[in-house]
Ligand binder design. Structure first.
Ligand code: 2AM
Ligand code: CA
Length: 266
């Protein structure tokens, strides 16, 4: 197997994602063990670990020289020194998985020398696969996604979790409140990866989270590159692919307008 045939690598990853999604769907018929991690709203289930283990085993078998970074910690030591790295969230939207059995996704990205080469976000219950290879366009299932067009702030729909408006994030609070007042509508789906896939496909005009990790956004950035989407921290700084940070993605003019008119860096 040619190691850097990204289209082939994507095809393999799609097979694994579909197989993993079957395991997730089957698990919904059983009682799932749930635990909390950093806080009562940060859940992990036995399935998060099982699916991460599944991908780790596939990658070790097929691409033993590649590194692995997963949300549940099955990462290779020194992964940041490897040229090629798989960044995986086995379940993005674990709270939805547990409480609603809906709106959760598997997110898989492959980065090479810091550049996103393959991105997959699979909406398991809706059977919507968002997928892209760098330079080859982004797709929702068979449908090629269009380049993103412009939208005025007052006609825009923004993905945002209401929790970010609370006092404990008061550094951002006045900016966010103003943004919420000025856009047409706010939506919250509870899966960052899916919300960013919605930006790539035009269902949302933008999405803001004040704290995400590489596995939450790595695949989405590959999709966004293909459709001309913009991404940065909330303050408009470049995103570092291997660091947690705030994340703001959106249609180009919308992203620019929000940073220019509503976000002040001081
Ligand atoms: P997760 O389900 O993989 O943890 C919820 O609004 C979104 O934010 C989900 O995509 C969730 O991903 C993500 N998120 C990132 N860090 C989180 C945290 N510490 N607690 C809860 N959700 C988090
Ligand atoms: Ca997760």
């Amino acid at each position: 197997m040619e190691q850097f045939d990204w289209l082939k690598i994507k095809q393999m990853a799609i097979i694994w994602v579909k197989e993993a999604s079957n395991q997730l769907k089957a698990s919904l018929l059983e009682t799932i063990q749930v635990e909390t991690k950093s806080s009562p709203d940060d859940l992990v289930t036995e399935m998060d670990r099982k699916i991460e283990q599944y991908f780790l085993q596939k990658i070790q078998t097929h691409f033993p020289s590649h590194a692995f970074l997963g949300e549940e910690g099955m990462s290779d030591e020194g992964y940041f020194n490897n040229d090629t790295i798989w960044i995986i969230d086995p379940i993005d939207g674990t709270t939805n998985f547990v409480h609603q059995q809906y709106n959760f996704a598997i997110s898989v990205a492959v980065y090479h020398k810091g550049e996103g080469k393959v991105g997959l976000i699979y909406d398991v219950m809706n059977d919507e696969l968002y997928h892209a290879v760098a330079g080859e366009g982004a797709y929702k299932n068979e449908e090629r996604l269009e380049k993103l067009t412009s939208v005025d702030v007052n006609k825009a729909i923004l993905g945002l979790n209401a929790r970010w408006l609370l006092n404990h994030t008061r550094r951002y609070q006045p900016f966010l409140i103003n943004i919420v007042k000025n856009v047409r509508g706010i939506r919250s789906y509870g899966s960052a990866a899916l919300e960013m896939a919605y930006v790539a496909s035009g269902r949302l005009d933008g999405y803001i989270s004040l704290k995400l990790s590489p596995w939450d956004f790595a695949a989405a950035l590959v999709l966004l590159n293909e459709v001309g989407g913009r991404y940065s921290t909330f303050y408009g700084e470049p995103l570092a692919i291997l660091k947690s940070s705030s994340v703001f993605v959106g249609k180009p003019q919308f992203h620019e307008a929000i940073i220019r008119e509503f976000v002040h860096r001081s």
